[in-house]
Design a protein around this ligand. Structure first.
Ligand code: ADP
Length: 306
């Protein structure tokens, strides 16, 4: 089983010709509500590939929270450890996008910050019996770290995605990550080194590896990934296929969710092969608009991925 400990966010998206200035009201031409949050996104992608999944998260006891629970169930995700709180509203991302595709975003984590230690303890059975536990940073960091520690203590593989990244990440996140998977922006925030090419990716990957994780993956958008491992002297560039990208939002989460699936269900594959397959899944997600709405199902993918 894949267990994700992380966030749920309701995306409230308005499309306008231009972004409003302070104090200004502009007329939009389209509005839609989407399901997002890095934790849920990753869990949804894993589930759509066929993984048995549990999401450990917290939403509000409100209509967005109820809708989110329904969404998780529709994706076949176990909601046994989805809490609903009255202390805060379901997390939201209010997003305004102009006709050039530029956006402004306000994120209110809300209920996500109320996921706590007790919630993890209640879920300790599923965490400790998982094949892989996946965490990010859209919940209280101490809670993510505790989940990684619980997994490690039971010999469960840990996959950590330091997103959104902070320069002062607790160093324990490195030591408790079997696989540390970040994008170029996150890698730059964590190391101070901008990633402009494969050499930079290798360099930052090595720096992160030296902080104590077993394997670092730096995702590179259309370029695929750089994999830096402690066991091998040569870092590996794993390219992504050439596709026509229409919307890359949530591609990183599709990648992480896919990787969790392969770690749990195809442990015999080499890491390079798992990354290659995860690149394929994520590159399908960039060819359709939206976040979860763009994530492919097993039946829609080439069967040699399974
Ligand atoms: P994030 O969404 O966090 O910014 P990336 O942009 O690095 O993450 O993308 C994550 C993964 O999605 C990449 O490693 C790759 O597999 C896939 N991907 C992203 N953009 C493209 C693209 N334009 N073409 C093909 N694959 C892509």
């Amino acid at each position: 089983e894949v267990v994700v400990v992380g966030s749920c966010m309701t995306d409230l998206v308005s499309l306008t010709t231009r972004l409003p200035k302070a104090g200004e009201t502009v007329l939009g031409h389209k509005f839609f509500v989407g399901f997002g949050g890095k934790g849920a996104n990753q869990c949804v992608q894993s589930a759509r590939l066929g993984a048995k999944t549990s999401l450990i998260c917290k939403v509000g006891k409100d209509s967005f929270g109820n809708d989110y629970v329904d969404n998780l169930k529709k994706n076949g995700i176990s909601t046994a450890f989805v809490g609903q709180t009255t202390d805060a509203a379901t997390g939201t991302a209010s997003i305004i996008v102009n006709s050039e595709g530029q956006n402004v975003i306000v994120i209110v984590p809300g209920a996500n910050l109320f996921l706590n230690s007790e919630d993890l303890k209640r879920a300790s059975d599923v965490i400790c019996k998982a094949k892989v536990v996946v965490c990010q940073l859209e919940i209280t960091p101490a809670v993510s770290l505790e989940a990684l520690k619980m997994a490690r203590a039971s010999g469960v593989r840990t996959l950590f995605n330091p997103a959104p990244a902070h320069p002062d990440l607790d160093p324990q996140f490195y030591t408790y990550s079997d696989i540390f998977c970040c994008n170029e922006t996150e890698a730059e925030i964590l190391t101070g080194i901008p990633v402009g090419n494969l050499e930079d990716a290798e360099k930052v990957g090595r720096m992160l590896l030296e902080r104590g994780c077993k394997l670092v993956i730096v995702t590179l958008g259309a370029e695929g990934c750089m994999m830096i491992s402690g066991d091998e002297t040569i870092p590996k560039h794993v390219p992504a296929g050439k596709v026509r990208a229409v919307d890359t939002t949530g591609a990183g989460d599709s990648f992480v969710g896919a990787l969790a699936f392969y770690l749990a269900y195809y442990p015999q594959l080499s890491m390079e092969e798992m990354i290659r397959k995860s690149n394929c899944v994520a590159s399908v997600s960039v060819q359709a608009p939206g976040t979860q709405s763009s994530y492919p199902y097993r039946k829609d993918l080439p069967q040699d991925l399974f």
